[in-house]
Design a protein around this ligand. Structure first.
Ligand SMILES: [Zn+2]
Length: 109
């Protein structure tokens, strides 16, 4: 197998392994411990507070938007962030390969 074929094989493999665009999330996940609105609650007395509550935040035009993440969505949110980072890694690798293929194919002509 020559260099171009090997690169194209790697290219296909990377494209196949890319996560679906439907399942990516670009966000920061934060954990918060909060006091509640009930003044007599234990959370107002000691050091312990309610939580952790998971929030995700987006920066949009200089403003930060926060969304509370319900328990049943935490796993999907984490997975979405992982997919997003994974996709970028694949894009970087693909760009390197695509560049090399472009050069090699030009030389062949
Ligand atoms: Zn409380």
């Amino acid at each position: 197998m020559n260099r171009i074929d090997r690169l194209k094989q790697e290219q296909r493999k990377l494209m196949k392994s890319a996560p679906s665009l439907r399942k990516i999330l670009r966000t920061t996940i934060s954990k918060y411990y909060l006091t509640c609105g009930y003044k007599k609650c234990w959370c107002h007395k000691g050091k312990k507070k309610h939580g952790p509550f998971i929030y995700l935040s987006y920066s949009e035009k200089g403003k930060t938007k926060m969304y509370f993440v319900p328990k049943e969505l935490i796993k999907d949110v984490r997975k979405g962030v992982k997919n997003y980072n994974n996709l970028w890694e694949i894009i970087y690798k693909l760009c390197k390969i695509n560049r090399e293929i472009l050069w090699l194919e030009k030389k062949k002509r």
